[in-house]
Design a protein around this ligand. Sequence first.
Ligand code: PMP
Length: 399
Amino acid sequence: MTLFATVELAPRDPILGLNEAFNADTRTDKVNLGVGVYFTDDGKLPLLRAVMAAEKARLEAQPARGYLPIEGIAAYDNAVQNLLFGADSALIQAGRVVTTQALGGTGALKLGADFLKRLSPEAVVAISDPSWENHRALFESAGFKVENYRYYDAASQSVDFAGMLASLKALPARSIVVLHACCHNPTGVDLSTEQWQQVVAACRDNGLTPFLDMAYQGFADGIDADGLAVRLFADSGLDFFVSSSFSKSFSLYGERVGALSIVTQSREESARVLSQIKRVIRTNYSNPPTHGASLVATVLNSPELRALWESELAEMRDRIKAMRQALVQKLAEHGAGRDFSFVLQQRGMFSYSGLSAEQVERLKTEHGIYAVSTGRICVAALNSRNIDRVATAIAAVLR
Ligand code: PMP
């Protein structure tokens, strides 16, 4: 028997599978709402002007390509902390936040997971029901048992908050709770300020370890407003983790620009925690890549480029909101026969549309419109040219 003779074919990634089917579809008016990226109104992946300016400056400077420190570019790590915790954060000043550059938000989650596995090998990881599909796989591959906590209530198209609290309270102490810091993927349904306060209290009362996943800062209400959950946990005195990503907010998906931040009790504790995270990095990929993080650091540390980036981010945020408005209005015009105003309350790139798997299938076969079978659609893939077709098709499959 040769080495690979018994290797099983792994299941296909459902979203990548959808993209393949979309690419193979020959209809010229097909629309892909299954993706998880932001497109401009022209249907293109944007290259931000702030990024182009930083890239030009970097090329002109012709920097040598040495290794970075294991924890990444210091100016980048500091800029990440300021965005997440606020520039005037007492925790940062007290040396209680450890931040390391990571390979996107995914890489940050994995670094945190590997470190946590050494700290609390028996801990259970709880993720929202539903959650980003990679959360479960990622924590399971780090060796954890993964459970769901109640989150989305399909009947009310909002959070089953009583259910969520009950789930959190039932978890054993030391359990790790993965929370979407804003713009919940896949539902678009976030917690209110009061609900976040209660989640913080539940984590404290039950000795849980919060792990905030911040993949969309700036896509709901703005950079600082979207930092609300992180700031509430920062005020709580708890130890917690934050994975963050610039994939979406800088449109730098393929450059893999993210970070892991860990809040500790003291500067001295931070030094010990950092030494362990560096060990995880060193034994996985030694040190992070330079290009993307240096662009982000340049933009965030230059007042001019930062202002430009903030305006470009606001443009993305506003366009998504305009598409939510247009979708709701056009669905009504096309006689969808259902109240879709909940779409306006959802935040970020996604919307749980409430469409069934069967209706999603009909959208694809009859209309060439691709969405995830759960009914998740990417609002950031709607534009002024496809919105009418999408609304007409949704109304048709609902009749
Ligand atoms: N967490 C969530 C909730 C996400 O939606 C995503 C990206 N789709 C990630 C993490 C991963 O981000 P990245 O592409 O930067 O690895």
